[in-house]
Design a protein around this ligand. Sequence first.
Ligand SMILES: *Cc1c(COP(=O)(O)O)cnc(C)c1O
Length: 219
Amino acid sequence: MNNIPENLQDIRRRINRAAALRGRQGRDVVLVAVSKMQSSDSIDQALQAGQRVFGENRVQEAAEHWDGKKQIYPGLQLHLIGPLQTNKVRDAVRLFDVIETVDRPALVTALVKEMAGQGRVLPCFVQVNTGEEPQKAGVLPQELPALLVQCREQGLKIGGLMCIPPVTEPPALHFALLQKLAHEHQLKNLSMGMSADFEKAIPLGATHVRVGTALFGER
Ligand SMILES: *Cc1c(COP(=O)(O)O)cnc(C)c1O
């Protein structure tokens, strides 16, 4: 049996332990509970256990999971952690509170325009394709500086960087690269680490870990 409240406690304990090893506070690490492909019953269990920050990777599915929930659960925060098409920007800005996957000039322009139109300011992360994988979203490391300049010039608030390491490589190499890039650009937040590797990401500076399977069980 999958016990979501118990899993949540266990993950928080592991976060605290990984943080303490580096003299950090576990509460400074945000647990983003990845609720993609989970049932509404599972999501409700996590909400009832007190979890308030959730990640979704598709705009349409997120709307199905979360429309109307913000009225019931104050403090609910939704992070978009999947690729964003420009034709979905309107719905994304309406529903989400943080966009973690800014990765190209056209998306920056579309987000700036839509946020102005809706009068909403969403903090964003730039997703970096640290493994330079052709099929993966994210800006290439060498293109990051120009994208950050564009964000600054157009007024898109970037608070940090996000990455998804290649499955075939030691994730710590990629976490270390992301940490270095964030440091170079004076960005505070690092969204890195998933169920299998969040304890490796925290010592390398993760401020946000995105955990699905370890909390909810297999999708
Ligand atoms: C699905 C997903 C996760 C969660 O992965 P788990 O291995 O289930 O913890 C994290 N980040 C992104 C971008 C995802 O798409």
